[in-house]
Design a protein around this ligand. Structure first.
Ligand SMILES: Cc1cc2nc3c(=O)[nH]c(=O)nc-3n(C[C@H](O)[C@H](O)[C@H](O)COP(=O)(O)OP(=O)(O)OC[C@H]3O[C@@H](n4cnc5c(N)ncnc54)[C@H](O)[C@@H]3O)c2cc1C
Length: 601
């Protein structure tokens, strides 16, 4: 069994029992929890901050579904496949677009209030990049995610059989002797009935931890989006797919070259309503680059901005919506208007400076159509998952829908009698993963934006890989390195997760020598279907958990397969531990990621 050691952390001091533990409380997590609880399963939702802290709350544009007159799931499917640039799983897309409209209606029944074209009239539907139809339902003008979050949080409050644990960071997966999921370890922050490190024992774990935008210096994602679910899954030996496909949103408010962390998004819906992308001279540079101009798929617009900016020797462009007038801005885009004004820019009178920033992880923990990962009992839905829906690039507003649809499918798959009870958790075979200090976070983010951002090349990615590798050595205190492993804590756990995700992402981006979807290689500017119409599947090489008595020495190589494999550049060694695991770090956080290619069907 593959995998790596768990994060260095104290041993669990308490435990609770459940049938299902859901990690995360965005659209995916809360939908899964509601549906599981409705079947009578004892459901525990664990979430890192408050229930509404996650990307869902920030979603502006809306949720895509074939709900309008004349629109069909087939047309939605065609647009999704086009955006995915040859790497979508067509069956997954068909599932999304055919089950999507009913899932949105159930969300409305659960209490979400979407904008209508008249009081008690039909839903008001708008259009976004890559859609050939008006099919984006929205709420509160540009506050769709906030309304979905409000409705779902209200729906779970006081729900029988459903328990929530807020301000609790899930660390790692527990497994039984048969390798089945047996729950999670978690750290509860602050005072309460439980605090410190504990465990939720459950035979089913649903990862709904959202995205990984914080791995880059500038992102639209909130602070909780640190890729924890992908890192946990990798350590547990699960397959992760298509991580190189990070969507950079083309129009994020530009706050200067040194801006870091979450930046305000200027939704695609602003372009959908007719705002133009222009340069400092007012030239509409997207015209002639794509038939849909400003409404081309996001990667095309992001590239258009970067190329035109580079040609002019600048790093940002402008979004001109002055012709909307104050009334439209105030009615349709109140959140964006307020965000711009809070930074001293008034879109009613001034073109808004914009630049691309990390926005959405198209890849993630690989699942089948029922949300099952490659580890028995471990499920994933929402942005953390790779269901195959997005391929090489997500179509705008498909992600809220994906969270809804696949969370419902997981609950259906888990419907009672549900999975067999898990056995007792067994020791991890690998030693614990040493932690990176909190201070490494900024460096990881800068390295990633510089080397693996919108513009990527062999040289930039190799430089990023080398620096990330050096950081791992420093964490492990390997000979010649100056640092020491950091103490366990939220900051160091998150930083270690960011680092792991960053390294895997760089390995995959380095390997994919072509430009496709949102992966843009300057040294390989063309899409190469003959060689690269395939997925990159990553696992962590090493004994992982559940082998009970392993020696815990992560292997440094991976066998070749007929589809081709490669290893990461790092090697690691380690020592086995008993359970509860002792705090004995492996020699490096740098267990080698194994990258396997898989032909697209
Ligand atoms: C600014 C912005 C605008 C967007 N606009 C749109 C849009 O208009 N339409 C659209 O379809 N999509 C949009 N997206 C994308 C969409 O919002 C997300 O993909 C979607 O909300 C993800 O939902 P989720 O439930 O998977 O994750 P999230 O909503 O991000 O929730 C993740 C949850 O996991 C928790 N968590 C994370 N790690 C841990 C851990 N270790 N332990 C415990 N809990 C953890 C977090 O606290 C959070 O509760 C937008 C995203 C952003 C950032």
């Amino acid at each position: 069994m593959t995998g790596a050691g768990p994060l260095t952390a104290p041993e669990p001091g308490w435990s609770i029992e459940a049938d299902v533990v859901v990690v995360g409380s965005g659209v995916a997590g809360l939908t899964a929890a509601l549906r599981c609880a409705a079947t009578g399963a004892r459901t525990v939702v664990v979430t890192k901050a408050r229930l509404d802290d996650g990307s869902t709350r920030w979603a502006q544009g809306g949720i895509a579904a074939a709900l309008g007159e004349g629109d069909t799931p087939e047309q939605h499917c065609a647009d999704t496949l086009e955006a995915g640039a040859g790497l979508c799983d067509e069956e997954a897309v068909r599932t999304l677009v055919t089950e999507g409209p009913r899932a949105v209606r159930r969300l409305i029944e659960a209490g979400a209030r979407f904008d209508t074209s008249a009081p008690d009239g039909p839903l008001a539907l708008t259009r976004e990049g890559g859609h050939h139809r008006n099919r984006i339902a929205h709420a509160g003008g540009d506050a769709t995610g906030a309304e979905i979050s409000r409705a779902l949080v209200a729906a779970i409050r006081g729900r029988p059989g459903l328990r929530t644990v807020e301000n609790a960071l899930v660390l790692d997966l527990l497994r039984d002797a048969a390798g089945r999921t047996a729950g999670v370890t978690l750290h509860v922050m602050g005072e309460g009935r439980h605090d410190g490190v504990g465990a939720v024992h459950a035979p089913a774990v649903v990862l709904a931890t959202g995205g990984m935008g914080q791995v880059f210096a500038a992102t639209t994602n909130p602070a909780v989006s640190t890729g924890d679910g992908v890192a946990l899954a990798l350590r547990a030996g699960a397959e992760v797919a298509d991580l190189e496909f990070v969507q950079f949103h083309p129009t994020v408010l530009y706050l200067g070259p040194d801006a870091e962390g979450q930046q305000p998004l200027i939704s695609e819906a602003v372009r959908g309503e007719g705002a133009h992308l222009v340069d400092a001279d007012g030239v509409r540079f997207m015209e002639g680059r794509h038939p849909l101009a400003e409404l081309a798929p996001r990667d095309v617009v992001a590239k258009g901005i970067m190329r035109h900016a580079a040609a002019l020797g600048t790093d940002h462009m402008f979004l001109d919506g002055r012709h909307f007038g104050a009334a439209l801005w105030e009615h349709r885009f109140p959140t964006i208007l307020a965000a711009c004004r809070s930074h001293g820019i008034d879109p009613v009178t001034t073109p808004v400076p914009v630049a691309p920033a990390a926005h959405y992880a198209s890849g993630g923990v690989r699942t089948d159509l029922h949300g099952r990962t490659t580890v028995p009992g471990l499920y994933a839905c929402g942005e953390v998952a790779c269901t195959g829906v997005h391929g090489a690039n997500r179509l705008a507003s498909n992600s809220l829908l994906e969270g809804l649809v696949f969370a419902e499918r997981i609950a259906a798959a888990l419907r009672r009698p549900g999975p067999a009870p898990a056995g007792r958790p067994v020791p991890w075979a690998a030693g614990r993963t040493p932690l990176l200090p909190a201070e490494a976070r900024t460096e990881i983010q800068r390295v990633m934006t510089r080397g693996a951002g919108v513009l990527r090349s062999d040289a930039s990615l190799r430089e990023a890989a080398a620096r990330l590798s050096a950081l791992a050595g420093e964490a492990a205190g390997t000979p010649g390195a100056s640092g020491k492993p950091a103490e366990p804590g939220v900051e160091s756990w998150e930083t270690t997760n960011l680092h792991l995700v960053a390294r895997v992402l760089v390995q995959a981006a380095l390997r994919r020598e072509e430009t496709r979807g949102c992966h843009w290689r300057e040294d390989h500017p063309e899409r190469d279907d003959d060689r690269w119409r395939r997925h990159l599947i990553v696992t962590a090489a090493g004994p992982g958990a559940g082998t009970g008595t392993g020696t815990g020495a992560p292997t440094g190589t991976a066998a070749d397969t007929s589809t081709g494999t490669s290893t990461g550049t790092d090697t690691g060694t380690g020592t086995g531990t008993g359970f509860p695991p002792t705090v004995r770090p492996t020699a490096s956080t740098a267990f080698p990621p194994v990258v396997t290619e898989e032909q697209q069907q």
